[in-house]
Design a binder for this molecule. Structure first.
Ligand code: MN
Ligand code: MN
Length: 321
């Protein structure tokens, strides 16, 4: 049998970090999925936004800021790129102005990755991209459990008569039977009506308000995932606006009172031991970024923590993706 392909980021001590074309974590841009465990995928679509647009340029900004990542995760004690073969798969060819056509393109690309046993690390794009991702996941894994980190519920029925937006994807996913257990973590801010809270109760969504998440992330995640066996597939959808706009101002629908960047990293680390089959980070909208591009920098580091969790799981012998 042929030897396993070895894929690694560029060595910063040979090729300095500020050199070369920006790919995620300076990994090769490649579509050969042989021996690949996880792939970064950009979905630059933002026609699902209901307030400020701009998330279509999120993936490029995250790639640019991911130059700074280093090989060893000291907190989780793992070198993710030594354990997992990871590459940058590029972007989905989205269709500006058409959620339906874009959704089909997303589902096709995800099917290719998932059928090859590759865990997707998806950079949005606005939150409407998660619905076709969940459709593709269901085809391969059956209904997945979902941890949805967000300041918003995202389960409204429609906006101005439109049913496929970044604020309605979760309701569509529930209607389509794509999900197992669902947790919504980090919820805060003013709502339209008290009915919003009622919908969560009626549909058995496990809502974790921001204070509870920030205070004890391990307990909060544990409460959502109690009774979920560690070997069952879990997907994480992370809206960057769960983080406080002081740390992540570059987003379309900011809500004050969110996680700090350090709390956000801690939250991700608590997921070790759960079978993470994929993750998205959405709503990074670099047009509203301040100097230093801290929002995209945080998103790059969150991806690194998710990858480190996947690598730790692989070392511990949890089933592959
Ligand atoms: Mn949100
Ligand atoms: Mn959202």
């Amino acid at each position: 049998m042929a030897e396993r392909r070895r894929i690694r980021p560029l060595d910063a001590l040979v090729s300095p970090r500020f050199t070369q074309i920006a790919t995620f974590a300076r990994l090769p841009h490649d579509r050969n999925l042989t021996d690949v465990d996880a792939a970064f995928l950009g979905i630059p679509f933002d026609d699902g936004t209901t307030y400020r647009t701009g998330a279509r340029v999120g993936p490029g900004a995250i790639r640019e800021q991911s130059r700074l990542l280093r090989p060893y995760n000291m907190i989780l004690d793992v070198s993710p790129f030594e354990v997992l073969n990871v590459l940058d798969y590029g972007d989905v060819d989205v269709v500006p102005g058409s959620h339906a056509k874009t959704a089909r393109a997303i589902e096709d690309t995800l099917a290719t990755l998932l059928e090859a046993g590759v865990a997707p690390l998806i950079a949005g794009g606005d939150h409407s991209i998660t619905l076709p991702v969940l459709r593709a996941l269901r085809r391969v894994h059956g209904p997945v459990h979902l941890l949805h980190f967000d300041s918003h519920f995202d389960f409204w029925d429609q906006y101005w008569g439109e049913r496929y937006t970044h604020g309605t994807w979760l309701r569509r996913a529930l209607e389509e039977g794509l999900l197992g257990r669902v947790g919504q973590l980090g919820i805060r801010g003013p709502q339209f009506t008290p009915d919003d809270l009622r919908y969560a109760d009626e549909h058995h969504l496990h809502v974790v308000p921001i204070a509870e998440l920030a205070e004890n992330p391990k307990k909060a995640v544990g409460r959502v995932l109690e009774a979920v066996p560690a070997r069952e597939p879990l997907y994480v959808s992370w809206d960057i606006d769960v983080v406080d706009p002081a740390y992540a101002m570059a987003t379309g629908t900011p809500e004050v009172g969110g996680l700090t960047s350090r709390e956000a990293l801690d939250v991700v680390r608590t997921l070790s031991g759960h079978r993470l089959v994929g993750v998205d980070i959405v709503e990074v909208s670099p047009l509203y970024e301040g100097p230093g591009a801290v929002t995209a920098l945080l998103a790059a580091n969150l991806f690194y923590e998710f990858l480190s969790v996947m690598a730790k799981n692989a070392v511990a012998g949890l089933p592959a993706f």
